[in-house]
Design a protein around this ligand. Structure first.
Ligand SMILES: [Zn+2]
Length: 81
């Protein structure tokens, strides 16, 4: 008797922010922009700003993987503070 293994899961904590100078939206790893508080350079207007200050949302993405680690699909797991 064999059982079907449960799907493997990986997670990514993402912070969504908007450039205060030109309005371009960005999604970055939360450890980078929230935990480290790193500045980023906007790829559109070229100005530097701090996404932690302009964070508009933070969510956890859930990646469902097959046995080899290939991503099958991605879904929004939950909103984080
Ligand atoms: Zn910009």
């Amino acid at each position: 008797m064999s059982s079907i293994p449960a799907p493997k899961k990986a997670f990514l904590d993402v912070a969504v922010s908007i450039c205060p100078f030109c309005g371009t939206p960005y999604a970055d790893a939360s450890w980078y922009v929230i935990e480290l508080g790193s500045d980023v350079e906007c790829g559109v207007c070229g100005r530097t700003w701090n996404p932690k200050t302009y964070k508009v949302d933070r969510i956890l993405l859930e990646f469902r993987l097959d046995e080899q680690g290939t991503v099958l699909d991605v879904k929004k797991d939950k909103r984080i503070a």
